[in-house]
Write a protein that binds this ligand. Structure first.
Ligand code: C5J
Length: 219
């Protein structure tokens, strides 16, 4: 077992039963000119996570830790897109429409794919998820169970939406989650700060929080 100095207390894990999960590092959320920016968000807030995730990804690959990538998006026929999600925000250009990087949040489109800096290896499962959580309507739980994974190192965007939803889902399924504070990001600095606090509050109600340096030191 290894231990990481974390909030609210030490996070103990066995790397052979731990997976690194990288959530939704997709062009449409992270790159200038994508859907996120089109909605008026400052994508530079999210881009701060790229280099720290790159370092953790390289280390995970070196030590042979399982790596999982996720992408939020929908079938090209949009049959898995709830009307409530499509209509939310009254957007003139929303999910399924032609956006700056192809059809917005549609599988197979340029904007839907993961940024080049964090390109998955062919051996690393990619979970295509229609919702915010990585477990909802996906085979993530089965994939993790088949590999005997009990602990998750959580990275990606955005802290208060897909990261939080995934950590909450994982927590309810019995996984121990360590969220790396510099490897998750939000368009809103106040949500980043409070989102991280909410995870480790009340004795680690959803999990643990630590900077990536604390993990890299023990790996
Ligand atoms: C959002 C996400 N924010 N990946 N998606 O809609 O957090």
């Amino acid at each position: 077992m290894l231990t990481v100095h974390a909030e609210p207390y030490e996070f103990a894990f066995d790397p052979t039963h731990t997976a690194l999960i990288i959530i939704d590092m997709q062009r449409d959320f992270v790159e200038p000119g994508g859907f996120g920016e089109m909605l008026g968000n400052d994508v530079s807030q999210l881009r701060t996570a790229i280099e720290p995730i790159k370092r953790v990804l390289a280390k995970a690959r070196t030590v042979g830790m399982m790596v999982i990538h996720t992408r939020e998006g929908h079938r090209p026929d949009l049959a898995d897109l709830p009307e409530a999600k499509r209509a939310r925000g009254h957007l003139s250009c929303g999910i399924g429409d032609a956006g700056p990087m192809g059809r917005i949040l549609v599988r197979g489109e340029h904007g839907h794919d993961i940024i080049d800096e964090l390109k998955p290896l062919p051996t690393e499962p990619i979970i295509d998820k229609p919702g915010k959580g990585s477990f909802h309507a996906t085979d993530l739980h089965a994939i993790l169970a088949n590999r005997g994974i009990t602990h998750l190192i959580v990275t990606g965007v955005t802290t208060e939406v897909c990261v939080h939803t995934t950590v909450r889902e994982a927590n309810d399924r019995g996984y121990e989650c360590l969220v790396l504070s510099d490897c998750v990001a939000s368009y809103f600095p106040e949500f980043q700060q409070i989102g991280l606090k909410m995870i480790a509050a009340q004795g680690g109600i959803f999990g643990w929080v630590a900077p990536s340096s604390a993990l890299l030191t023990v790996l």
